[in-house]
Design a binder for this molecule. Structure first.
Ligand SMILES: NC(=O)c1ccc[n+]([C@@H]2O[C@H](COP(=O)([O-])OP(=O)(O)OC[C@H]3O[C@@H](n4cnc5c(N)ncnc54)[C@H](O)[C@@H]3O)[C@@H](O)[C@H]2O)c1
Length: 334
């Protein structure tokens, strides 16, 4: 399977590293408009996407650039006849543009998978198994407290992701969207949302704190409680980005900042470890590797993809409902 990547910025390092660790994958090109960045990946470097598609003839194009480049890159990959496209989130610059790109790939019969990696984190895979096995009884509530600890003061985010400072929408659009998707992975599609969003750091443009309440069928709920200025107990704040609770009638799962997952039975004090913390390769429990491997496996075995674009559009609709709710200060049906 020949893979070429568009983009060689901060997050791309995790993609290149993961591709190199997947059996049967041949990394055939890296393209960035900054040639020195493409060069630094160690793959055959290009500064023009068309040239890379013509020369390297990849089976998969992996798009790791910001949203403004997505629609054009997808259209060029479709024209070049790739077998599949993976595209980083946030997917395109608007819901309309995302729908157009989705239609284009669907009519060409080319799978377009959104790189929504958090649902592939090992603790969410393990939690899903516990929920599906009924080990916490009837699930009532999911809670995630995002506490990245990187949002204080005028220098916030500048060393890693400087573009965070000027994004008009930050907490939900850039980061919280991962839990919109992860909650739906665990609980299905939400039916309504209520959001209260705030900007605490005056040095940035967008929101960096807030609460989002999600309603699901059967009266189940989820709470996303985000605050980028506060931290949580972890050697590496970027392993889980916070802490979680998955509560049911017969037990509670706790996700700790080291990536450990612990099950406490209803009425008990002590908990058993479901997933032990460990030092994972890559980013966030090696979720980039898991997502990319999932795409390769699905292409080779014909198994279904998670988060094909047509399905992922729903996440963008939920995101729009969240911002609408914050704006009108009311619950919004999805
Ligand atoms: N899923 C996740 O966990 C996760 C984490 C971080 C970032 N991201 C997303 O990944 C994307 C990239 O983020 P980043 O932090 O690497 O950004 P970055 O700014 O560090 O890197 C982007 C790179 O893309 C290149 N580029 C931009 N437009 C281009 C074009 N049209 N043609 C060729 N090259 C182009 C730039 O030169 C730059 O090197 C963003 O959409 C971001 O939201 C996702």
């Amino acid at each position: 399977m020949k893979v070429a990547c568009l983009g060689a910025g901060y997050f791309a390092q995790f993609h290149y590293d993961a591709w190199r660790r997947i059996d049967g994958v041949d990394l055939v090109g890296a393209c960035d408009r900054d040639p020195s960045k493409a060069d630094a990946t160690g793959a055959t470097a290009f500064s023009d996407l068309g040239a890379m598609l013509d020369t390297a003839k990849p089976d998969i194009l992996d798009i790791i650039t910001p949203p403004s480049s997505h629609a054009e890159a997808i259209a060029r990959a479709v024209k070049a006849g790739v077998k599949a496209i993976i595209c980083q989130k946030p997917f395109c610059t608007s819901l309309e543009e995302a729908r157009t790109s989705t239609r284009l790939t669907a009519s060409a019969g080319i799978p377009l998978i959104i790189h929504e990696n958090f649902r592939f984190q090992p603790w969410y895979r393990a939690a899903k198994e516990v929920l599906d096995q009924g080990r916490i009884g009837t699930p009532h509530q999911l809670t995630f407290r995002l506490r990245t600890g990187d949002g204080q003061g005028p220098q916030a985010y500048l060393d890693r992701q400087p573009y965070f400072q000027t994004m008009p929408r930050l907490l939900v659009h850039e980061t919280g969207v991962h839990w919109v998707d992860t909650f739906r992975y665990l609980f299905g599609r939400p039916t309504a949302v209520y959001a209260d969003l705030r900007r605490l750091n005056p040095a940035i443009s967008g929101e960096d704190a807030g609460h989002i309440l999600f309603d699901f069928h059967g009266g189940r709920r989820a709470l996303f409680d985000g605050n980028r200025l506060l931290d949580h107990a972890a050697q590496n704040q970027r392993t889980t980005l916070g802490e979680g609770l998955f509560e049911g009638t017969e037990g509670t799962l706790t996700l700790t900042g080291d990536g450990g997952l612990h099950l406490r039975r209803f009425g008990a004090i002590d908990a058993e470890t479901v997933l032990a913390p460990k030092k994972w390769a890559g980013f966030g429990g090696d979720c980039v590797f898991a997502l990319q491997k999932h795409v390769v496996d699905a292409l080779q075995l014909g198994t279904p993809f998670e988060n094909e674009a047509a399905d992922y559009l729903f996440v963008l609709e939920v995101e729009a409902a969240i911002y609408r709710s914050a704006e009108i200060k009311a619950r919004v049906e999805v």
